[in-house]
Design a binder for this molecule. Structure first.
Ligand code: SF4
Length: 169
């Protein structure tokens, strides 16, 4: 580059002005990270319709900003390729717990052990919602017939009811 510039100067030219301007523009628009350490965030899917997760994803650029600057998504059945519940700062739990499903009961207890803050995301997690009316007999799991809110199994720190919960909450 030095050589190229000296050749251009010799010939009466300059280093590419457009390139210099572009580099400066990129520097100017870079934002400082607002937090030094991102929180570890997980989404735990119990028995629900996934509408609450969709309403989180509906925040589009807002969600990207959160994942860029504030939180690392360390666990999510649909969005992260992780099999076992890791240690988390915040667990967003969607859906209620089926009491005939031993794995779900263990999963919600494990979530409480691994997360500093547990959030009941949506009405199914908060108070059972539509899953309270289940009579069982679903095609692939006919034995699953009774569902309880997560607060019946573990201590919950924050409740955000709504079906789905408000996109902005
Ligand atoms: S609260 Fe509503 S939107 Fe959320 S999982 Fe339950 S049924 Fe779906």
């Amino acid at each position: 580059m030095e050589l190229l510039n000296s050749i251009k100067k010799t010939m009466g030219g300059e280093a590419k002005p457009a390139q210099v301007a572009t580099e400066k523009k990129v520097e100017d628009t870079q934002e400082a990270k607002p937090v030094a350490n991102k929180i570890k965030l997980g989404h735990v899917h119990m028995s629900g319709c996934t509408g609450c997760l969709v309403s989180v994803a509906d925040n589009y650029m807002g969600l990207i900003k959160i994942l860029d600057d504030y939180a690392d998504l360390v666990y999510s059945l649909t969005l992260a390729d992780v099999r076992h519940i890791p240690e988390m700062d915040v667990a967003l739990v969607e859906g209620s717990v089926c009491i005939q499903d031993h794995e779900s009961v263990e999963e919600i207890k494990e979530t409480r052990k691994k997360a500093k803050i547990v959030v009941a995301l949506g009405s199914c997690a908060s108070y059972g919602n539509i899953t309270r009316f289940s009579r069982g007999g679903q095609h692939n799991q006919p034995q699953h017939e009774s569902f309880l809110p997560i607060g019946d199994f573990i201590d919950v720190d924050v409740y955000i009811p709504g079906c789905p919960r408000a996109r902005s909450s």
